[in-house]
Design a binder for this molecule. Sequence first.
Ligand SMILES: [Zn+2]
Length: 194
Amino acid sequence: MKGDDLLKYPNNDSDWSEEHWKNFIEYLIEDKFFTYKQLASGILGQLNPPQVGTGTTEIVKHHYPPRKAWQNVKNWFYSQSGRCEDCGTRLDLQTDHVIPRQELGVEADRLDNFLLRCRRCNVVRRPSHKNGGVLNLTSSSALMWILLTRRPKTYPAFEKLCRDYGMKMASIRFQEAWALAIWLEKEGEYEIDK
Ligand SMILES: [Zn+2]
């Protein structure tokens, strides 16, 4: 498959089937963006459960006798399903409050007020990221998806695609992402109109 074939795929990533994604991955590997080994390595890192032993234990320890916090955190952790509360993925999990700290104060930092969500679903819920829920992919994933599947030939066209996708962040994020197009062009892997 060639990069141009991806332009025939549905314009919205949420309309992509698993087969579309599978072909996309095959294309990225054939074109040497990364290897199967690197792909697996990245995913396995996301599968590794979150570091509650230090992070969460530190947050809740004032509710427990000295040196008892980790035992309690571990019991809570092992009793979880290991899937994101909202979307069900096992990847990129983080602890999150059931009722946010803004409402409960320090009382929010009790284990029975914690659950596991993936990074994306966590971001979606934060008041500071009101637009998070609009995106199907995380914004960094969506930037790369737009660049590699829509193949805009100019930076303004790329920025417009990002805005049309629903991204509300500062355009400096798009300018950073555009670096990949410039790097790829140097190796004849991407076409930029001058
Ligand atoms: Zn999720």
